[in-house]
Design a protein around this ligand. Structure first.
Ligand SMILES: Nc1ncnc2c1ncn2[C@@H]1O[C@H](COP(=O)(O)OP(=O)(O)OP(=O)(O)O)[C@@H](O)[C@H]1O
Ligand SMILES: [Mg+2]
Length: 357
């Protein structure tokens, strides 16, 4: 490379120094011995030193010697000899009489015409406020998560209390029909309490359906099956995860249909099994409740006004934009709730049907 004429080199030097001094970002130009050649006004302002006290002094003697940190010294020495470069090195700078500052330092050896006079360009970025804001934000997020969990625990406890009150009332009443209604109401509340419990340990309000259905069916079986050798409930669900509001609807449907099967499919202590299934593929999904019991009564017209359970299942199915399909399994009954992607091909399948359950 041709050496520039002396006056051209002097002009280039002056230009480089003027650029460093006027930089908005705190900047230092150091020589090969880590002596300050130039410091930006922004550096002097940010670290409260006078330009005359900086230029010509060793970088490590600036101020009260607060920059004289062994690790930084060895990194800069390695950079000056061309062995390394300082990339985003973080230090805590504590100058006497000033608050501690967190700084991110970058330094690199400049590639230019004179190898006998190496130069290092060093930028110092003060990230104290940014780090503090991040810390406050993280603490707020953690606090919010703890509060949310607390609320979820409390709601779950309250629902549990309501369910117990309903159960106690069911034990006390004389009328068999009222007792049945109270027990069903107890199960409906339990189904929502189970979602609440799952929510307390979930991330971002998502519910894994398999453990949720398992817990739900375990609770239904514990309170409604008298002889566990004769009747059982099995859950056969894939790894689907849904939002909490969807899981509440699915859980209530499972509750109603499992209660129906337990109440009607196995008369006279008939043995049998109920299988709760859930499969999804893309945006299509199927929830099924199958039993191998006596099957739906044949040749009986559906009741003019459906019971509360049937109305609930129909309303929830509509809300989920799904349809209900009841199949005779011979033996037993299968009720499927089928959710199809509403942008799917066969739009006719998407309007809710209302068969008697
Ligand atoms: N899995 C099933 N196996 C056999 N029969 C069933 C089954 N599910 C429902 N049924 C029949 O459907 C009828 C209606 O069910 P159910 O009495 O549960 O009414 P409902 O509309 O669900 O109201 P509710 O649950 O509030 O009492 C029952 O009397 C029963 O004959
Ligand atoms: Mg019912």
């Amino acid at each position: 490379m041709a050496t520039p004429a002396p006056h051209v080199a002097a002009i280039a030097d002056e230009l480089a120094l003027a650029m460093v001094v006027s930089s908005d970002a705190p900047l230092l130009l150091l020589d090969g011995d880590l002596v300050v050649v130039a410091a930006s006004d922004s550096f002097c302002g940010a670290f409260q030193v006078q330009p005359v006290d900086v230029s010509g002094r060793s970088f490590f003697d600036i101020g009260a010697g607060e920059w004289n940190l062994p690790k930084l010294r060895s990194l800069l020495t390695a950079t000056a000899s061309g062995l390394a470069a300082v990339k985003d090195y973080e230090i805590d700078l504590s100058a006497p009489g000033r608050d501690m500052r967190r700084l991110v330092i970058k330094a690199q050896k400049l590639v230019y015409g004179d190898p006998a006079a190496p130069r290092l360009l060093m930028t110092i970025c003060d990230v104290t406020e940014a780090r503090l804001a991040e810390k406050i934000k993280d603490e707020l997020i953690r606090e919010k998560a703890v509060l949310l969990q607390e609320v979820q625990h409390r709601v779950a406890n309250s629902l549990q209390i309501i369910a117990s009150v309903l159960m106690q009332s069911a034990r006390k009443v004389q009328s068999e029909e009222t007792r049945r209604h109270l027990k069903d109401a107890h199960q409906r509340v339990m189904s929502i309490a189970t979602v609440q419990r799952q929510l307390a340990s979930s991330h971002a309000g998502d519910i894994e359906l398999r453990p949720y259905f398992k817990q739900l069916c375990q609770s239904l079986g514990a309170s409604m099956i008298r002889d566990h050798d004769k009747q059982s409930i099995e859950v056969n669900a894939d790894d689907s995860v849904v939002k909490a509001d969807i899981s509440v609807s699915l859980g209530l449907i499972v509750t109603e249909l499992v209660i129906n099967a337990l109440k009607h499919a196995f008369p006279d202590e008939r043995a049998g099994k109920i299988i709760v299934g859930y499969r999804s593929e893309g945006r299509n999904w199927t929830l099924s409740i199958e039993d191998d019991g006596v099957g739906m009564p044949k040749g009986k017209a559906p009741a003019a006004t459906p019971g509360l359970g049937t109305s609930l299942v129909e309303a929830l199915t509509r809300q989920l934009h799904a349809t209900i399909k009841v199949t005779d399994r011979n033996p037993g009954t299968a009720v499927s709730i089928i959710g199809l992607d509403r942008t799917g091909v066969d739009g006719a399948n998407l309007s809710p049907q209302q068969p008697a359950i």
